[in-house]
Write a protein that binds this ligand. Structure first.
Ligand code: A2P
Length: 268
């Protein structure tokens, strides 16, 4: 497929055809990439969009991807698994700078701060590539206007899969825009379930056992003043919703803001 063909297909289908400007491989099964942002493309931090490539027959093969960059950034970043026999990711993983992808026009999603009632802290809990939307929300000024404290929890199987760890541990604290704002107000809380790490176990278990709360120095009452964003596998989301509803918390929507919002982590 040449880029000319891809642009023609995008035009015919009402899609964008942005260019890849950066690719980073974290592990043999995880990578991130950035594309140029079409001028008219607007989204709210935390939303997802359809991206893809044309099939051999020219039809677009599209999957939902959370946007990992904040809404003010001039590029769009995505964080993806590489599934060897995955229809799309088996091809996306070979992207190189200068290639083009297909990009939908209608971002949407539930992980937006507008769907949450005001609270003291925003706790974002994700597994695997479910981290992506939180990287966006974390760097949106609206998040900091609404919440005094922000927590990003990321659970993966092996330590190497803690993509963006350096960014969340160090770089963001020295960031020109967010460094000052986040330094004493942001906690990055990684956990690893199957390998060596200083903090082991599923986040769901750590929450149930009270370890998460203890590590953060929170009282039980802090549940009621915390707001949550959840993004991971179906089983993980279900468990988190059970925990939060068990505390009496309610899911929110933009028209009816609540205490938590949930989105599936999309796997290509
Ligand atoms: P575990 O290793 O105990 O299965 P996956 O790679 O399968 O998507 O999982 C990503 C991470 O999410 C893993 O660390 C996995 O832990 C964890 N996980 C999977 N299912 C759940 C669940 N229902 N509740 C909490 N964590 C989960």
């Amino acid at each position: 497929m040449t880029d000319t063909n891809l642009v023609e297909i995008a035009d015919a289908k009402g899609l964008f055809a942005p260019e890849v400007i950066w690719v980073h491989h974290w592990t043999p099964s995880l990578f991130s990439f950035r594309v140029t942002r079409p001028q008219s493309f607007r989204f709210a931090s935390g939303e997802f969009i359809m991206i893809g490539l044309p099939n051999a027959d020219g039809r677009p093969l599209m999957r939902a991807y959370s946007i990992a960059s904040p809404s003010w950034e001039d590029h769009l970043e995505f964080f993806s698994v590489k599934v060897p026999d995955g229809a799309l990711t088996s091809r996306l993983q070979h992207l190189e700078v200068g290639d083009r992808i297909l990009l939908g026009r209608k971002p949407t999603g539930t992980l937006v701060v507008d769907a949450l009632q005001p609270g003291e802290r925003l706790i974002m809990v994700g597994t695997g590539t479910g981290l992506a939307p939180f990287l966006s929300v974390l760097r949106d000024p609206a998040t900091h206007e609404r919440f005094d404290h922000i927590v990003v929890s990321h659970t993966v199987r092996q330590q190497e899969e803690l993509a963006y760890r350096e960014f969340l541990e160090d770089e963001i604290r020295n960031d020109e825009i967010f460094g000052e704002l986040l330094r004493d107000r942001f906690v990055y809380y990684p956990t690893v379930t199957r390998g060596d790490f200083h903090r082991k176990g599923r986040i769901t278990d750590r929450i149930r056992e009270g370890l998460f709360r203890q590590d953060l120095g929170l009282t039980i009452e802090a549940r009621q003043t915390s707001r949550f964003m959840i993004c991971g596998s179906i089983a993980f989301n279900k468990e988190m919703v059970e925990i939060l509803t068990g505390w009496g918390l309610e899911e929110g929507t933009q028209s009816n803001p609540g205490h938590f919002v949930v989105e599936r982590a999309f796997v290509g």
